[in-house]
Ligand binder design. Sequence first.
Ligand code: UD1
Ligand code: CA
Length: 455
Amino acid sequence: MTPRTCLSIILAAGEGTRMKSATPKVLHQIAGLPMVAHVAKSADKAGTDAVALVVGHGGDTVRKAAEAFAPKADVFVQSERLGTAHAVLAARPAIARGHDDILVMFGDTPLVEPDSLALARQKLAEGAAVVVIGFRPPNPAGYGRLIEKDGRLVAIREDKDCTDEERKIGFCNAGLMAIAGKDALKLLDQVGNSNAKGEFYLTDIVEIADKDGLQVVASEASFESVLGINNRAELAEAEAIWQKRRRRQAMLDGATLIAPETVYFSHDTDIGADVLVEPNVWFGPDVKVADGAVIHAFSHLEGAAVGPRAEVGPYARLRPGAELHEKAKVGNFCEVKKATVEKGAKVNHLTYIGDARVGAGANIGAGTITCNYDGYSKFFTDIGEGAFIGSNSSLVAPIVIGAGAYVASGSVITEEVPGDALAFGRARQKTLAGKGKELRERFAAAAAAKKANAK
Ligand code: UD1
Ligand code: CA
């Protein structure tokens, strides 16, 4: 049996102004990824073969963004906002291509789980023509109600069109639907707009299908997973739900989070087993943490790869291009950017390593700075294996410190240090016997004279 093909239609045409933003609503982010991209991701996990994105008038920003998260999506424009069925029909050419399953999703319902979509598809495979994803919100006001009769789902009534009796129903339409491809256009073309809002409602296909003798079923999802976002308070709620799910997943995958509620993941964080994450850690986009690594408290990571059993923080900042190999250490108040810290190397205290390589086993003393920028260009610092950089040194790039070299504390290094050499880049110390006491007496006398004069 050949697997069923699936078209996912994502509606992102409705603008709304409640985000109070220059950014279209569906591009507001959760875990660093636009809401609509989360929807596309779930659709993809549920086995989507083709994506149709329906944008509104002026949807160019969304179209442009889609190049990143759904490069193969067909983008359709619904130039007039005439209702959800009308929006789905904007993707008519995609529907007409004849997929077995059609999933309809809203771009502002980002937490939809692939399992719910897959289950809906399963019900299509079992013979349903329409599958409605329903849920039971704490307060059903504003949602379409699922009207059941003799155990059949016979209609969805929008809140505004409900009778008082229907309004008491707690089982509501989440807005997500699965439609059998072979019936889709026939059903959608019958939708009219004689309702309270004068819109073409997608939800009307339930009644149409039931009257045509087609099978319509509801599939229940959790309230959290079908949360629709209309303002930034709801966006933050969705973020919290997403983070909670992700933390749980990280723990189930074998990471220890001591205070999970204080750890923030990005949509693409890749975290291994036996990783320990202490409280208050932020993962920005594009971070990989290998097995057995430790991320100490208050660290901020972005665009970084942390190798097996490496250690980061507390209070460390790993910026894009930071790459820590096995057992490397980047300690407190250190910043690493576009630099490799090779196996077992230590960058432990108050240090900036940028545009650099720190060779295996090297030790970078406290307060060391790679001076990588002259205000115009960036330059590279290459520190060889096993080198020792004394505390508070400035390595002025471009510069090479050879393997096994030793740099004296407080040095300003501007010339290459060959392997195994010892380099001093500081003024020589001068010590004058008894001069300290003499100086103190002179200062004390001057101060006493000044005080006497003032009287
Ligand atoms: C919709 C459902 C309702 C459900 C609720 C869940 C319909 C008719 N109603 O109502 O049963 O309980 O969602 O949140 O489907 N859109 C377009 N073009 C349009 C109209 C809408 O693209 O012309 C998009 C919007 O961007 C949005 C989605 O469709 O993503 C839902 O539209 P909205 O107007 O918010 O529908 P609701 O009234 O919330
Ligand atoms: Ca809505």
